[in-house]
Design a protein around this ligand. Structure first.
Ligand SMILES: C[S@@+](CC[C@H](N)C(=O)[O-])C[C@H]1O[C@@H](n2cnc3c(N)ncnc32)[C@H](O)[C@@H]1O
Length: 485
């Protein structure tokens, strides 16, 4: 019997497994006994006489920050990361979230960002690079802090050094590489001027506690927690999301990995769809997070686009396939909509609780996730209120979400009844774009832009769940960046 088999058969193994998962949250290993045993074996290879029982006692004695626990964590954690990973999410931050933070904090002149589970640091440095390259003027005299944290202390050491191999900078635009990095032999060192706001520390997302003001983890404007929760089980994810919600300021922004979106995030945060990405916003106090609305949406492959083009913060790296998160996009709009008459561009934010009684369809079945009933109720509502643009708009969202009916026709009806319905134009444009119909998509993005142009940046967009005109403009501008004024 080899060592790994012996570990697997040892009666202490399940206890070590439970202890390690409990301490790190890495439930990923719950059904990967062989992988876990192999990693434990790596740690035991130079301690041939140490039995599993004694090893467990050592781990329990020192806790996750102890040297042996950290060495094991080193073996267990997956630190894959690179600069400008998921560039479209950074584009969304630049187009929507950061400008909103700049407006909101213009008096305090504070901007606080957290890269939670930052691995060796590229995500945190990418943020400083973006802020310095795109918002340098606005951020003059501001106090900016970008904190990167990780469970793995050796990742944090690497992050603090800020020196990387080719793998971490793969695909970066050569101009960005030259501007932001110093060549050190085969390596790339982040230039000192892009390391002024960024700091790193070891922090276990599972243990907390949060907020943790001494570490800069409180009253945050933006949190990125990407590709970390995929390794956790559902209760751990839920606890973590609640903590992230807690550390964000009202209206603060959350970015999660593409595989980490879904109902758990939606139940606490408002999804804000932008082309290529969905970012999340903590609702203001008094407003209620969107009700859970579990829908599995058709994922429509995005057409190859000559236009519209992605936004300003380009990197030359091959972009990962863009996942169209149509589920959360449309569900967000539905959830964000209170049963109020349409007052495009001046409607107040949704503050009424989204209980069964005032879900978009007014049908309790929506809250129960009964999509068929929701659709039936929405159709019935549209039939009874043929002249109400909002019900047609909501029907369009629901149909788009469920991949049924004719959402384009529903959005058109909304616009026929109210030609100034900016979000109807926006969603009609998205619907065309998803179907590869670029010319009408372009036309309706233009219409939406023209409609909002006449309005003050701080006005709220009807049916936008608190979305401001400025934010909608930024979202629309993503489609036109580099093309039109
Ligand atoms: C795949 S990396 C993601 C890096 C970066 N966020 C990105 O998306 O490019 C996942 C990171 O989560 C960290 N991690 C896992 N469990 C953690 C925990 N309980 N607390 C803090 N960090 C954790 C790992 O050490 C690893 O560095």
């Amino acid at each position: 019997m080899n060592r790994i088999d012996a570990i697997l058969r040892d009666p202490v193994f399940p206890r070590i497994k439970a202890a390690v998962i409990g301490a790190t949250g890495l439930a990923y290993y719950a059904d990967k006994d062989a992988a876990l045993a192999e990693r434990i074996n790596r740690r035991l290879s130079d301690k041939p006489t140490l039995g599993l029982g004694a090893y467990l006692a050592q781990l329990a004695g020192e806790g996750p920050t102890g040297p042996e626990y950290q060495a094991l964590i080193n073996e267990l954690t997956v630190g894959e990361t690179f600069f400008f990973r998921y560039a479209e999410q950074f584009e969304a931050l630049c187009a929507v979230a950061i400008p909103e933070c700049l407006r909101r904090n213009r008096e305090s002149r504070l901007l606080r960002i957290w890269s939670a589970g930052c691995s060796i640091g590229p995500e945190a440095y990418t943020l400083e690079i973006l802020l310095k390259r795109h918002f340098a003027d606005q951020l003059r005299d501001w106090q900016v802090s970008i904190v990167g944290t990780d469970l793995n202390a050796s990742f944090i050491e690497t992050a603090r050094r800020g020196v990387y191999g080719n793998w971490a900078v793969r695909g970066l635009d050569p101009a960005v590489l030259a501007e932001c990095f110093d060549r050190q032999g085969d390596l790339w060192a982040v230039k000192p001027r892009f390391r002024e706001w960024t700091s790193f520390s070891v922090f276990n997302l599972v243990e907390g506690p949060l907020p943790n003001y001494p570490r800069g983890l409180g009253a945050l404007d933006v949190v990125l927690c990407r590709n970390v929760m995929i390794y956790f089980d559902e209760p751990t994810r839920t606890r973590l999301l609640e903590n992230l919600h807690e550390v964000l300021v009202p209206n603060g922004w959350l970015v999660v990995g593409h595989a980490e979106t879904g109902q758990q995030v939606n139940s606490l945060f408002t999804p804000v769809p932008v082309p290529g990405a969905t970012i999340y916003r903590k609702p203001r106090p008094g407003s209620v997070p969107p009700a859970a609305f579990p829908v599995t949406l058709p994922v429509l492959a995005p057409p190859t686009l000559a236009e519209p083009k992605p936004a300003e913060t380009k990197s030359a790296e091959p972009k990962p396939a863009k996942k169209r998160n149509t589920a959360t996009d449309s569900a967000a709009r539905l959830r964000a909509s209170a049963a109020k008459p349409p007052v495009p561009l001046t409607a107040p934010p949704t503050t009424a609780p989204l209980s069964a009684g005032n879900t978009p369809t007014g049908n309790p079945a929506v809250a129960d996730g009964d999509r068929a009933a929701a659709l039936d109720a929405c159709i019935a509502l549209a039939e009874r209120n043929r002249l109400d643009p909002v019900v047609h708009f909501r029907l369009g969202l629901l149909e788009e979400e469920l991949g049924v009916g004719d959402p384009i026709a529903a959005f058109k009806r909304a616009l026929y009844l109210d030609s100034d319905f900016a979000l109807a134009d926006y969603h009609l444009a998205l619907a065309y774009w998803r179907r590869g119909k670029l010319a009408p998509a372009q036309r309706h993005f233009r219409n939406a832009r023209a409609t909002v142009a006449a309005h003050d940046a701080t006005e709220l967009v009807a049916e936008g769940g608190g979305l401001t005109v400025a934010e909608l403009r930024s979202m629309i501008d993503l489609w036109f960046s580099g093309e039109e004024p």
